[in-house]
Design a protein around this ligand. Structure first.
Ligand code: BG6
Length: 479
């Protein structure tokens, strides 16, 4: 193992959240309803996330965790003060599109929504924390789903462009790091979450998915263009739900399957980073009878507006096989990965593979040769609060420590990593399950799965641990 004080002095240590998982205040100050506001807890959640949606209005007697979340909308000052106490250099958050354009197609933006993020950015900058902003993290204004079918429609490109131009203009003096769509490849796995897609009976699912993907890819490129025009010197990246896919066996069939699975995700980043559809897409579209409708200027838009860096989340590596006997799925994994017999899993069945972070980072850097930003990683676990308000989360410290060592190895391999923001530095609503008990934070939030609790914030043991890591710039890590 290398010495871990190899992180550059300006390394962007920090944490990451998404608007819908922390803010709450779901209709306050003029915000419109977004797709995530329709995701309940319980078994219906997955069904809706995959695009089987019966209602586009919240239902009575149903609990929706995003509606109040952890109330960050009202507590952001205290929460940011805690991040500052840990020494955060950066904080990744998303802007809720429907706070700025409540219906998505409004002619003028909502001033109260714009003011809220102004206040949040001012608070961060006051503490010398660099804001890293995702323009869309799993949310679409519901009105755009109702009226236009969301990203199925080309018109979304226009509305999204208007939205991003508005926020770039407004925050151009405050925000220098931007990201377009969170985990853009999630559109294939959870289409309602990734793109507000609702499937109608008889629709060709693959056709709908890839047409919507094309619209997001063009929209993303137009956001890059707008960002570069409006904020010279800013960095704007893409965001991939990453995790290298390993072949389960050395059989060529499994090796090929793993390659296909990797390409399923790389497809998006190949377009965003190389500026054109990859060669393998042609055959994939042909074999699956997919026809992408494009405007004549699209190819040029994609070509001329590639991203500055590659943002990615890493929770797990994945594993692929063609052998029916081993196609026993890993629980809780939307990517449908086969269980890797060499690795342990979390309480939610997510594979834990620190070395996979080094492998994934090397793979991405080999492929794109652009700076990488690890914008999500962490362990979702149940934390118990014993007497005396102390959460002893050694398991989380151990998980992070191992991942940081592998991140340092990747940098030693020559991979350019500009920062690391761990997921959910403060406990927040789980995206996949809607639970609160799946906790990632250094800061505990007193709230349960049913919305009970004081919302009080309590530092966990990992709070001081992460503070030390940042203060020592990684030298405090245990090898
Ligand atoms: C990523 C998302 O997929 O994983 C986050 O960008 C999400 O929004 C995170 O919260 C962890 O997943 P979960 O389901 O444990 O919240």
């Amino acid at each position: 193992m290398v010495k871990t004080s190899k992180f550059p002095a300006d390394f962007l240590w920090g944490g990451a959240v998404a608007a819908n998982q922390v803010e709450g205040a779901y209709l306050e100050d003029g915000k419109g309803l977004t797709t995530v506001d329709l995701l309940p807890t319980g078994e219906d959640r997955l069904k809706i996330m995959t695009g089987q949606v019966d209602h586009l209005e919240p239902q009575p007697e149903t609990y929706y965790p995003s509606h109040e979340a952890i109330d960050f909308y009202h507590t952001y000052k205290e929460d940011i003060a805690l991040f500052a106490e840990m020494g955060f250099k950066s904080f990744r958050l998303s802007i809720a599109w429907a706070r700025i354009f409540p219906n998505g197609d409004d002619a003028v933006p909502n001033e109260a929504g714009l003011q809220f993020y102004d206040d949040v950015f001012d608070e961060l900058l006051k503490h010398n924390i660099e804001p890293v902003v995702t323009t869309a993290h799993f949310d679409v204004p519901v009105n755009l789903v109702k009226k236009y079918g969301s990203w199925k429609s080309r018109e979304l490109v226009t509305f999204y462009e208007r939205y991003v131009r508005t926020i770039f203009e407004r925050y151009k003096d405050k925000v220098k790091y931007w990201m377009t769509f969170n985990e853009i490849n999630m559109l294939l796995h959870l289409p309602f979450v990734g793109a507000g897609l609702v499937f109608q009976p008889g629709e060709d699912k693959n056709q709908v998915l890839y047409q919507a993907a094309h619209h997001q890819l063009v929209a993303s490129a137009l956001a890059v263009k707008a960002c570069h025009e409006i904020i010279p010197g800013a960095n704007i990246g893409c965001m991939l739900a990453a995790g290298a896919v390993y072949p389960y066996r050395s059989h060529p069939d499994d090796v090929w399957k793993a390659m296909e699975k990797d390409r399923e995700s790389f497809f998006f980043i190949d377009v965003q980073s190389h500026g054109e559809y990859p060669h393998y897409a042609k055959r994939f579209f042909k074999d699956n009878n997919i026809y992408i409708e494009m405007e004549k200027e699209d190819e040029e838009i994609l070509k001329n507006n590639t991203v500055d860096y590659i943002g990615f989340s890493y929770y797990s590596s994945r594993c692929a096989s063609t052998d029916e006997d081993i196609l026993q799925k890993t629980g809780g994994n939307v990517f449908g990965s086969v269980k890797n017999p060499y690795l342990k899993t979390s309480e939610w069945g997510w594979t834990i593979d620190p070395k996979g972070l080094r492998i994934t980072a090397n793979q991405l850097y080999d492929r794109y040769q652009k700076p990488l930003f690890i914008v999500e990683n962490g362990l979702g676990a149940v934390d118990n609060i014993p007497e005396g308000d102390m959460v002893d989360d050694d398991y989380r410290i151990d998980y992070l420590n191992q991942h940081f060592l592998e991140m340092a190895e990747a940098m030693e391999d020559g991979v350019d990593i500009i920062g690391y923001t761990s997921w959910g530095p403060i406990d927040l609503v789980s995206a996949s399950t809607g639970e609160m008990r799946k906790r990632y934070g250094y800061i505990y939030v007193d709230r349960d799965n049913d919305g009970n609790g004081s919302l009080k914030r309590i530092k966990k043991k990992s709070f001081d641990w992460y503070k030390n890591v940042i203060r020592s710039n990684g030298a405090s890590l245990e090898e």
